[in-house]
Design a protein around this ligand. Structure first.
Ligand code: IVH
Length: 679
C-alpha cells in the first residue's frame, strides 16, 4: 500500500535522479531503473489522481494547445547588455568602473561566463515551485511560455530547498544543444519541412510553439545567469558568484565554463581560454559576459538608460553575416564532377575575409533558392569552409533567375551528364578535359600521393597548357631546359623541380595506388589494397568478389577499382609510370595475416582527429592499423573509438553526441607499448 507521503518521496527521488542525469551529468541509477520507477509513479497517479503534485516528472508535458501566448509585465525589467567588440572597448569598460568606484580594478573580482546564443527567459518560483516562465520580449513585457518550458528537463519544477524563498525569479538562457539541433534539422529534412537556420532560431521556434506536445519533443537546455524579483526577507549572499552558487545548490544549472577572474588581465586570459574551447562546446556562444562580482559595487555603479554599468558582453567576431552573391561559377573536379561555387562580395566572417563559399550541388541551390544577385547569409564556424545558408528574401532584387547547371563543361565543352540517382553532374570529357587533367595531376603530386615538392598547382597548369604533360608519367620525361623556357623560371628552380621529380620515383606501393586517383579510393583504402595485394600484378588481377572481402571496401568501391584497373587508358598510364622508373619496396604482408596483436583496437573502427604530440596523424593511423584497427575518416554510429589530440573540433563534438568512447594519445601509446610495437 502506498500513502501520500510515499508518493511524495517517489516524486522527490525521481526529480533528484533526473537532476543527476540532466544537470550534473552524473547518473546514480540506470536508465532502466529510472524508467521502472517512473512507470510505477504513473500507476500510483492513475489510482490517486488527487495526489498528483505539480512537480511530478509526469507533469512536464501539457496537452492543451494554446490559441496565443498571454503577455506578462516583468516585475523587474529584463535589461540588455552593452557590447565590447575589441580589447580597447573592454579596457575602457574596466577603466570607467575603476574611476566610478575609485578602486584599482586589477585586484577586482569579475564573474566571467559564456554569452549563450539562445533566448533569455525568466523563471518564477514561489515557495520553491516553478509557477511561470516568460520570454524577455521587449524587456518590459514578455510572453508566458510556461507550457513549453516545463518539459526542459534541466529546469527544476521545484527547488531542492528545505526553506525556499517566497519569491525567486531566475534568469538565464534557453538554448538548443548542437547535437539536438542537427537531429531536429535531419528530422525536418526527412519530413520535407524547412530546416531551421541555426540553433537559436530552432530554440525560439520551439518556445513559441503553440502545441506543447511538439515543443516537448524537441530538446532544449538552460543555464542560469542572474535573477529578477527576489524575496526581500531572504538572507541572500552578497556576491554574484555566491548567489549563483546558491541557485546551483537548489538545482538550477549553471554554465560549467563560468569562472571568477581578477582584473583586466584575468578577463583576457579567460577570453583566450574560452576562444580555444569554443568550437568544442555543444552549444553556440557569441561572446563572453563579464560582471562585477561584488553586489554592493554593482549597486554603486547602477544602470545607464539601457544597460547595467557593471556588466559587458565582449563579443566574438560574428560567425554569420550578410553579403551579396555576385556569381555562381562552376569548378570541374578531378573526376569531372561539376561543383557550383558561390562568389561573394568579400566580407569578414569569424575574423577572416571570405569571398567564396561552397554551394554543394544543384539540388542544394534549388532547395535553398539561392540566386545570383541575392543578399545571402554566410556562415563560418571554426575552421569549417564558409557556407551559404540561404537568401534574405526581403532583399531580393527584381529579375533574378533560378540557377541551372550548364549543358556543356565550361572547361572543355564536352557534354555534361547527371549521375543517375545522384545530385552530381559530371563532365564526360575525361582526360580530354584540361580541368580534369590538371586536377588529376595536382592529386598525383600531392603530399599523400607521390609528394613531389616544388610542383605546385600553378606550374602543373602551365605544363598542361603548354601541352607538355598530358598524363602523370609525362612528368618523368620533363627536361630542365624545357622548364627554363617558362616565364619566371630560372635554372636553379628548374633544376630543383627536376630533382624533386627524380626523388619521387622511389615511393611506397600504397602511395602509388593512392596517386592514381581512383575515384572513392582515399588514403585508407589505398593502404588496404597495397598491403593485401602487395604487387602491382596481383592488384591488376583483383576481382570484384575478392575486393569486397577487404575491410573498408564495399561493392561500389570494389567496382570502381576494378573498372579503373581494367580501363585501357589507365593501364597505359600505369605502364608508363613503371617504365619511367617509379618503384617501391614490396610491402610487408598485412598485419592481420601475419599475427593478431592483443589490443583493444583489434577489429575496432577508429577515427583520429586533432593534433597529437608524439606522432603525426598519419603515423597514428599506421600504428592503429598495425594494432588491427580499421581506420576511417569520419565519425559515425559505426565508430568504436575516437582518438582526439589537441584542438579536436567537430569530430569530437559528434563523437560525444553519439556516445562514442573518446581516447587520448596516451591510450594509443599504451596499447602500442603493450603490443610491443614501436611508435
Ligand atoms: S546577463 C543585466 N549573462 O545576452 C544582465 N546575459 O545582451 C542581463 N545572454 O538578453 C544579462 N548569455 O539573452 C547575461 N551569461 C550571460 C548571458 C546573457 C547570454 C544574453 C541574454 C541577454 C542578452 C543581453
Amino acid at each position: 500500500m502506498t500513502d501520500f507521503q510515499d508518493y511524495r518521496r517517489r516524486v522527490d527521488a525521481l526529480n533528484h535522479h533526473s537532476h543527476q542525469y540532466y544537470v550534473l551529468d552524473d547518473p546514480q541509477i540506470s536508465d532502466a531503473q529510472y524508467d521502472a520507477a517512473y512507470a510505477e509513479l504513473q500507476k500510483i497517479e492513475a489510482d490517486h489522481p488527487d495526489w498528483i503534485l505539480p512537480e511530478s516528472p509526469t507533469q512536464r508535458v501539457g496537452d492543451a494547445p494554446l490559441e496565443a501566448f498571454e503577455t506578462v509585465r516583468h516585475r523587474v525589467p529584463m535589461v540588455s547588455l552593452a557590447n565590447a567588440f575589441d580589447d580597447d572597448e573592454l579596457a575602457r569598460f574596466v577603466q570607467r568602473i575603476g574611476e566610478r568606484l575609485d578602486l584599482d580594478t586589477e585586484s577586482m573580482a569579475f564573474a566571467a561566463e559564456p554569452k549563450m546564443d539562445g533566448l533569455a527567459i525568466n523563471l518564477r518560483y514561489e515557495s520553491g515551485q516553478m509557477v511561470q516562465a516568460t520570454t524577455r520580449g521587449d524587456g518590459e513585457v514578455g510572453e508566458d511560455v510556461t507550457q513549453n518550458v516545463r518539459p526542459i528537463r534541466a529546469i527544476p519544477l521545484k527547488l531542492f530547498a528545505e526553506q525556499p524563498p517566497k519569491v525567486l525569479e531566475v534568469r538565464g538562457e534557453v538554448f538548443m544543444p548542437r547535437a539536438a539541433f542537427d537531429a531536429l534539422n535531419q528530422a525536418q529534412k526527412n519530413a520535407d519541412k524547412k530546416p531551421f537556420a541555426n540553433p537559436r532560431n530552432a530554440a525560439a521556434g520551439t518556445l513559441r510553439q503553440l502545441d506543447p506536445r511538439i515543443a516537448a519533443q524537441r530538446e532544449l537546455a538552460f543555464f542560469a545567469y542572474g535573477w529578477g524579483e527576489l524575496d526581500p526577507d531572504f538572507p541572500w549572499p552578497e556576491t554574484y558568484s555566491a548567489r549563483m552558487q546558491q541557485l546551483q545548490d537548489w538545482g538550477l544549472p549553471l554554465n560549467p565554463c563560468s569562472e571568477t577572474v581578477t582584473g583586466f588581465s584575468g578577463m583576457q586570459e579567460y577570453f583566450e581560454r574560452l576562444s580555444a574551447k569554443r568550437d568544442r562546446l555543444d552549444y553556440e556562444i557569441d561572446g563572453i559576459v563579464y560582471k562585477v562580482d561584488d553586489l554592493s559595487q554593482q549597486q554603486t555603479l547602477g544602470f545607464t538608460a539601457r544597460a547595467p554599468r557593471w556588466a559587458i558582453a565582449r563579443k566574438f567576431p560574428a560567425q554569420e553575416v550578410w553579403t551579396t552573391l555576385t556569381a555562381i561559377d562552376i569548378q570541374v573536379g578531378r573526376t569531372g564532377t561539376l561543383t557550383p561555387v558561390g562568389r561573394l562580395e568579400p566580407v569578414q566572417v569569424g575574423g577572416v575575409v571570405v569571398s567564396n563559399a561552397t554551394l554543394h550541388n544543384l539540388d542544394e541551390i534549388h532547395r535553398k533558392d539561392v540566386r545570383v544577385g541575392d543578399t545571402v547569409v554566410v556562415r563560418r564556424a571554426g575552421d569549417v569552409i564558409p557556407e551559404i545558408l540561404g537568401p534574405v528574401l526581403s532583399q531580393r532584387p527584381e529579375q533574378t533567375q533560378v540557377f541551372e547547371m550548364p549543358d556543356t563543361c565550361p572547361e572543355c565543352g564536352s557534354e555534361v551528364v547527371r549521375e543517375p540517382d545522384k545530385a552530381a553532374y559530371r563532365c564526360t570529357g575525361g582526360l580530354v578535359c584540361p580541368a580534369q587533367r590538371k586536377r588529376a595531376l595536382h592529386h598525383f603530386v600531392s603530399r599523400k600521393a607521390l609528394d613531389i615538392d616544388g610542383l605546385g598547382d600553378k606550374l602543373i597548369d602551365q605544363l598542361v597548357d603548354q601541352g607538355w604533360v598530358k598524363r602523370p608519367d609525362d612528368l618523368f620525361h620533363l627536361q630542365a631546359g624545357q622548364l627554363q623556357s617558362l616565364p619566371r623560371m630560372g635554372k636553379k628552380s628548374a633544376d630543383k623541380v627536376i630533382k624533386a621529380i627524380e626523388k619521387a620515383r622511389h615511393t611506397t606501393f600504397a602511395r602509388f595506388v593512392y596517386s592514381l586517383g581512383i575515384s572513392e579510393v582515399g588514403e585508407v583504402t589505398a593502404n588496404t589494397l597495397a598491403s593485401h595485394y602487395r604487387t602491382l600484378e596481383a592488384l591488376q588481377e583483383a576481382e570484384v568478389e575478392e575486393l569486397v572481402t577487404l575491410s573498408d571496401i564495399g561493392e561500389v568501391v570494389a567496382e570502381k577499382v576494378h573498372q579503373f584497373l581494367n580501363e585501357a587508358h589507365n593501364q597505359a598510364v600505369i605502364q608508363g609510370l613503371v617504365e619511367a622508373g617509379v618503384t617501391w619496396p614490396r610491402p610487408e604482408p598485412a598485419a592481420a595475416e601475419t599475427k593478431t596483436v592483443e589490443s583493444p583496437f583489434n577489429e575496432a573502427t577508429v577515427v583520429v582527429t586533432g593534433t597529437l604530440s608524439q606522432m603525426t596523424r598519419d603515423e597514428a593511423k599506421d600504428a592503429l592499423r598495425q594494432l588491427g584497427a580499421k581506420v576511417t575518416g569520419s565519425v559515425s554510429s559505426k565508430t568504436d573509438f575516437l582518438i582526439a589530440g589537441e584542438n579536436a573540433g567537430s569530430k569530437l563534438t559528434k563523437a560525444e553526441s553519439l556516445g562514442i568512447t573518446v581516447l587520448d594519445e596516451a591510450a594509443l601509446l599504451e596499447a602500442l607499448d603493450k603490443a610491443g610495437i614501436k611508435s
